[in-house]
Write a protein that binds this ligand. Structure first.
Ligand code: DC
Length: 232
């Protein structure tokens, strides 16, 4: 199916499968995939490794602000798909750790961090033909995105998915901790002052608690055909 050069924004709660879905959309329609959460995670890892977050979780905002000017955070597209790098170092595994997950919400609530990430997303989207996943893509970063999806699922289902993902990567998480982290992030992401997670009124809602990936893909194909008047 041929589709026009558009921006697709996939927003929603943590672990709703936004990135897996967005990656499949990118593959199916030959689009560039941008993982905005990975950029927030990259900034968080960078701040942690450079002593800008103390044991109590307090962020040294002045140092971080200054350091961001030099931070070379980018994506490389390899056979493993989109990989996040700082300079020449692949940080894809580190940014998915529990340490980063526990600290990423407060870091992503900082206004200058959001500007840093938004600028990167805009730079990478000049040619359009991109699918992006995040929390505020359809509301703040690209309010004019041609297609907006808002993903949701029950927190139990989401915690199980995140737990399985971590186990598959060789971690040994405790399910209750993962569930707690998901609930805390839901709260923080939806209640922060700067671009909180909200559903754009023109977004199409996808609750995938009980859906397979194939069903999700059938859903989006039908949606794209309907929205852009493409014959199947
Ligand atoms: O999608 P994720 O779990 O990798 O995102 C990590 C964190 O980054 C999440 O807790 C909220 C934040 N985030 C955000 O505030 N805005 C985005 N567009 C993407 C992620």
């Amino acid at each position: 199916m041929q589709i026009p050069n558009i921006i697709i924004a996939v927003d929603g709660f943590s672990s709703t499968g936004k990135s897996s879905f967005a990656k499949l959309i990118a593959k199916e329609f030959g689009m560039l995939y941008l993982d905005s959460g990975a950029l927030y995670r990259g900034v968080t890892l960078f701040a942690q490794e450079n002593g800008m977050i103390d044991a109590a979780g307090v962020i040294d905002l002045d140092s971080l602000h200054e350091a961001l000017e030099e931070l070379d955070l980018r994506f490389h597209y390899t056979e493993q798909g989109s990989q996040t790098f700082i300079g020449t170092r692949n940080i894809e595994k580190e940014i998915r750790s529990m340490e980063v997950s526990n600290q990423v919400s407060p870091v992503s609530a900082v206004a200058f961090v959001r500007n840093f990430v938004d600028d990167k997303l805009h730079e990478m989207s000049i040619a359009k033909n991109v699918v992006m996943d995040g929390r505020d893509i359809g509301t703040t970063v690209f309010p004019d995105a041609e297609l907006k999806i808002f993903m949701t699922a029950t927190d139990q289902v989401r915690a199980q998915r995140r737990y399985d993902e971590m186990v598959a990567k060789g971690d040994s998480p405790v399910f209750e901790d993962v569930l707690k982290n998901i609930r805390e992030r839901d709260y923080l992401d939806s209640h922060r002052e700067t671009s909180p997670l909200t559903q754009s009124p023109d977004a199409f809602v996808l609750d995938n608690s009980e859906m397979t990936m194939q069903e999700e893909m059938a859903w989006i194909k039908g949606l794209i055909q309907g929205v852009f008047g493409i014959k199947g």
